[in-house]
Design a protein around this ligand. Structure first.
Ligand code: ADP
Ligand code: MG
Length: 194
């Protein structure tokens, strides 16, 4: 969560710039507000398990972000947290299963599917690639985000633009790629330290 928050903070301007092309220019500020609030409560409450960390972070995203992305990312984290339950530690297979459950919940909440030019276009390929490795998931999320450029937006604010949404990278797919990059970096650092 710290690595995601740092990445969002670093890239907030770029996310907002992408959102200014096909949205309302707030994606970077939305996520910065949400993940900063999540980190603050994590430090205050210091939850004992990975599941509890995700539940708390998700709750903060939902309650502090006004835009669509708050409830969507918040639901992703909360559903992951629920899926992990009380476990003290989590292996890659459990994390992948939890992510799949969370991403399905995002799709259901937003009634969106891959190809609609949303965060799902990065999230689904990343979850699939996690079968292989965290690095593969990072690459798949990044490629998924780039693949939104020629898509026509069918969900969210960008869909109001119709054909004019074509030719721009989706902000939410871009932030989803940041999340998987932070995850891959964190795992790499942990493995190097082990
Ligand atoms: P808002 O659109 O309310 O201003 P943000 O700018 O923070 O919220 O987030 C926009 C991003 O949210 C989009 O780029 C897209 O990836 C994602 N998004 C919007 N609507 C949906 C949806 N129905 N399903 C999945 N993702 C969505
Ligand atoms: Mg926006």
């Amino acid at each position: 969560m710290s690595a995601v928050s740092a990445a969002v903070d670093r890239e907030a301007d770029r996310l907002t710039e992408l959102d200014s092309a096909i949205g309302d220019a707030d994606h970077g500020t939305n996520l910065r507000r949400g993940f900063t609030a999540a980190l603050v409560s994590l430090e205050q409450e210091n939850p004992a398990t990975p599941g509890a960390v995700l539940l708390l972070a998700g709750r903060q995203l939902i309650s502090t972000v006004g835009g669509a992305s708050g409830p969507l990312y918040g639901t992703l984290l909360r559903r992951m947290g629920k899926a992990l339950g009380e476990a003290d530690s989590v292996d890659t297979a459990q994390l992948r299963d939890a992510l799949r459950t969370g991403v399905d919940a995002v799709a259901q909440l937003g009634s969106a599917a891959p190809g609609d030019k949303t965060m799902l276009d990065a999230l689904y390929p990343a979850v699939e690639a996690l079968e292989e490795s965290f690095e593969a998931a990072r690459t798949a999320a990044e490629q998924g985000a780039v693949a939104t450029v020629p898509m026509l937006a069918r969900k969210g604010r960008a869909s109001y633009l119709g054909e004019r949404s074509i030719g721009h990278q989706d902000p939410g797919a871009t932030s989803a790629a940041l999340v998987f990059a932070a995850l891959a970096d964190t795992v790499k650092a942990a493995e190097a330290a082990a």
